[in-house]
Ligand binder design. Structure first.
Ligand code: CP
Length: 336
């Protein structure tokens, strides 16, 4: 367990050692127990401020950070670009420098493809307080660590060899970022899990990230494999995480009108990539169904599955609160 984390940014789990990740998980468990027992934890970040900058909508992330910092004795400012001079072009550097003088942490969600991760790193370069990613176009570390906590609660702390399948699924609500499956690829392989990715060929993930995940698996004694057949991915899985992600990498220019049309045409070919009871029957008898939420019910998953006996979605969402609190308590906690 590594515990000297004050001031450390939480943008990519890959930048955190396994010992540091274990520290987050351990503290999350403690904070969850204290919450259950109504024990106060408001001494941990008393009178500290976190600035939340949301370039996109959120339910879980916004409310877990805001409720979380309140429970730790601090306060969150809920900001969107239209409430800030970012809308008039203020630079990442100036925003970072000024907010660093007012408070103790900056949390950002910016999932714009090709922009988000770069923006977070620009702010981090100039900030004097920790930057916490609330999701970008590459990573969603707050989701990944809550997923890992949930899996450990259900299956125990030794996850070596645990068969988990992260699958693409059809959805028509919006082009969902790559960040959740990419974070799961990087994180689950650190813990020796037997990870399968199932997706249609037109919906790949970032090659450099998948390559890093492969190296993680080699180092941990785990495994990473890819299939383009959803049924094959589900066969014998102990955990299934079927979720849509956008086809940004399957076309030449995803931002052009032509590229957007091509992505839509690719999407419509795979309406049958749904997590239903037939597919759950292919998995292990005691398998877990997980989803970061929001889920596209009727497209990504059927109601009998998401509301059924395999589903742990609300436990997974609940853990967003306690992991967010642990990360804030470990990284903020004082001015540099
Ligand atoms: N899973 C997740 O990040 O949910 P929100 O988009 O509601 O924050």
């Amino acid at each position: 367990m590594d515990s000297i984390l004050r001031g450390k940014d939480f943008i990519a789990t890959q930048d955190w050692s396994k010992g540091e990740l274990n520290t987050i998980l351990k503290l999350s468990e403690e904070l969850k127990l204290k919450f259950a027992m109504n024990e106060p934890t408001d001494n941990l970040l008393r009178a500290q401020t976190i600035f939340m900058m949301f370039f996109e909508q959120s339910t879980r992330t916004r409310n877990s950070i805001e409720a979380g910092i309140t429970q730790l004795g601090g306060h969150a400012h809920d900001l969107t670009p239209d409430k800030m001079q970012i809308s008039h072009g203020e630079s990442a550097r100036d925003t970072a420098k000024v907010l660093s003088r007012f408070g103790h942490g900056i949390a950002i969600r910016n999932c714009f493809f090709g922009i988000g991760n770069q923006y977070l790193n620009n702010v981090a370069e100039h900030a004097e307080v920790p930057i916490i990613s609330m999701q970008d176009d590459y990573y969603h570390p707050l989701q990944g660590i809550a997923d890992l906590m949930t899996i450990r609660e259900k299956l125990g702390n030794n996850l070596k060899g645990t068969k988990v399948t992260v699958s693409w699924a059809y959805a028509d609500t919006h082009a969902k970022p790559l960040s959740v499956p990419q974070t799961q690829a990087l994180l689950f392989t650190r813990f020796g899990m037997d990870v399968t990715f199932a997706y249609p060929e037109e919906f790949p993930l970032m090659p450099a990230i998948m390559e890093q995940a492969r190296k993680n698996a080699e180092n941990s004694g785990g495994r990473l494999q890819v299939t383009h057949d959803m049924d094959e991915g589900f066969n014998g899985a102990q955990i299934v995480i079927p979720k849509n992600w956008g086809g940004f990498l399957g076309v030449e220019d995803p931002e052009s009108d032509e590229g957007k049309k091509e992505i839509k045409a690719n999407l419509e070919k795979y309406k049958d990539w749904i997590c239903d009871e037939r597919r759950m029957d292919l998995t292990d008898k005691h398998s877990l169904y997980m989803h970061a939420l929001p889920a596209d019910r009727g497209h990504e998953v059927t109601d009998p599955v998401i509301d059924g006996p395999h589903s742990v979605i609300y436990d997974e969402a609940e853990n967003r609160l306690h992991t967010a609190k642990a990360i804030m308590a470990l990284t903020m906690g004082g001015r540099p």
